[in-house]
Design a binder for this molecule. Structure first.
Ligand code: R5P
Length: 275
């Protein structure tokens, strides 16, 4: 078995390889002058290959397809730490593409096993025939264990996840109600007065709007934000800090400066289960 590190997940790939004692394949990723992408993998293992590539951009997706094509479906396990496109998991309006269904078909046509971390919804998961969804809430919970905080779920969709994180942290837990107006505008219903430090936990931080509105509604003493997937689109991180959030942390499903936690152990454990 070899690890094939996708260009979006080099650090996580090497962490997983180290834990499992596996070699890392030599890869070449480049872009032609017209923008098209190129992939070459040297030393493909006849006994099987584990691709690790998050999908946080259209480019990440094209690279993944080309990696899978280079492997020609030879005993491929595909690990997608951050499953992009999963928020378009149904037709919200007639005529829309169910993006994650298309992605699922492509990935599964090349892989016999797919692993991901905290996929956005059960609906998104349902389009895969053979996917294992790893829960990273324990990683976030352990990080805050013993701290005198209140863990906040910004909406009911994250209730179960954040409750689990708070159980690991052994701290108080509170769930807010959110109304989404569009991709960039959300509203938190109600005013609160939580006099403690809060940690607002979500699966994804994208524009930062959800965290910022939750923080405003809470009137907390101080606030941090923690997530599994730090999408942090555009200037989201600056917006979060300017709004008064003191710290943002995430796991390494998307490799960013804020990715101080790692899901490598969880992925390695899952991979070991069926080796
Ligand atoms: C939504 O259902 C997700 O759990 C997150 O709350 C959402 O993706 C966060 O997006 P943003 O940071 O743009 O508010």
């Amino acid at each position: 078995m070899k690890i094939i590190p996708g260009p979006a997940s080099p650090l996580l790939s090497s962490r997983v390889a180290r834990i499992l004692g596996l070699k890392i394949a030599q890869t070449t990723y480049k872009q032609f002058p017209d923008g098209e992408l190129y992939v070459k993998i040297d030393g493909i293992d006849r006994d099987g290959n584990i691709v690790v590539q998050s999908l946080n951009s259209n480019q990440d997706l094209v690279y993944l397809i080309l990696i899978l094509e280079a492997l020609e479906g030879r005993d491929v396990v595909t690990v997608i730490p951050y499953m992009g496109y999963a928020r378009q998991d149904k037709k919200f309006n007639e005529g829309e593409a169910i993006s994650i269904r298309a992605i699922a078909k492509i990935i599964e046509s090349y892989s016999y096993r797919v692993l991901t971390v905290n996929i956005h919804s059960d609906d998104a998961k349902s389009y895969f025939k053979n996917i294992e969804n790893i829960d990273a809430m324990g990683v976030i919970g352990e990080y805050y264990k013993g701290e005198d905080i209140v863990m906040i779920s910004p909406d009911e969709g994250s209730y179960e996840r954040v409750k689990r994180a708070s159980e690991f942290a052994r701290c108080e837990f509170y769930c807010l109600k959110k109304k989404r107006h569009d991709a960039e505008r959300v509203e938190i219903i109600g005013d609160f007065d939580i006099r403690k430090k809060v940690v607002i936990v979500d699966d994804i931080i994208s524009t930062g709007g959800t965290i910022i509105e939750a923080y405003r509604a809470l009137n907390a003493k101080e606030a941090e934000a923690a997530c599994v997937h730090a999408v942090l689109a555009g200037n989201a991180l600056n917006r979060l800090y300017s709004a008064g959030i003191l710290r943002v942390i995430s796991t390494d499903t998307i490799e960013k400066q804020v990715s101080v936690l790692s899901v490598a152990e969880l992925i390695a454990e899952k991979l070991k289960e069926k080796r």
